[in-house]
Design a protein around this ligand. Structure first.
Ligand SMILES: [Zn+2]
Ligand SMILES: [Zn+2]
Length: 237
């Protein structure tokens, strides 16, 4: 799958391409093509057409199959085709109190637990997390969502921030620095910002308790099971 060679502005929304995901159509296509490519391969292997009869049945089969049997990109794509039977949203992207969405979310990340780091790279994990977070922003803290939004254009070209860099970006977002961060045109610039003093009070003030608790749970789910010491990794929280 070809990735964009360099980060460039989106001709449609004007932000760095990918950052408008999923609201901007151009950004959405740029990001989703990575997933769609694998899904189209699977469709072709099954001699099915995109949008045709049988596509949804295939998606249901993929979701019912053992974790790791199909590429994670196909699991994610299948989730866009089979709505949650409880709330009707994309599974894992519905309201916080939907039990089925919570189960779908847990199942999705079990792929990463099983695959990382042997059959899934840290960069792929980060890309998967970023897309999932931006498709369900109401399920995460705003600063978490904004940090992934800032990073996504760079993840698309293969850059990978360390956990510390992601945390630093979030701290700057909490400190009101989103516009400055959004003006960074390189990954080095975005991830190279100076450390801010710890702003615990700001974080607590801005977060309703229920959301914090939910977030803590989400964090545990999405952490790769066996990260290698010293290897760059990216967690959503
Ligand atoms: Zn755009
Ligand atoms: Zn649901």
């Amino acid at each position: 799958m070809a990735r964009p060679a360099a980060v460039s502005p989106c001709p449609s929304c004007g932000d760095l391409a990918g950052r408008g995901y999923p609201g901007c159509r151009f950004c959405a296509e740029l990001v989703d093509q990575y997933w769609l490519f694998d899904w189209q391969e699977l469709l072709a292997a099954e001699q099915l057409a995109e949008g045709g009869a049988g596509e949804r049945e295939l998606a249901e089969l993929v979701l019912a199959d053992e974790v790791g049997r199909h590429p994670w990109t196909c699991t994610d794509w299948a989730m866009t085709l089979v709505p949650c039977s409880e709330c009707g949203a994309e599974p894992g992207a519905g309201p916080l109190d939907c039990v089925r969405c919570a189960a779908a979310e847990e199942l999705r990340w079990s792929w990463d637990h099983a695959a990382y780091p042997d059959t899934m790279t840290a960069g792929e994990h980060a890309l998967r997390v970023a897309r999932a977070v931006l498709r369900a922003p109401h399920r995460r803290r705003p600063a978490v969502v904004r940090a992934w939004r800032l990073l996504l254009p760079f993840l698309l070209v293969g850059e990978l921030p360390t956990v510390g860099q992601v945390q630093r970006i979030r701290a700057h977002v909490l400190a009101g620095g989103y516009a400055d961060l959004a003006a960074c045109t390189s990954h080095v610039e975005l991830t190279g910002l100076p450390e801010l003093p710890w702003r615990r009070s700001a974080r607590v003030e801005h977060q309703p308790k229920a959301q914090r608790d939910q977030d803590a749970a989400g964090h545990a789910l999405q952490r790769p099971a066996h990260p290698r010491p010293g290897q760059p990794a990216a967690d959503p929280v």
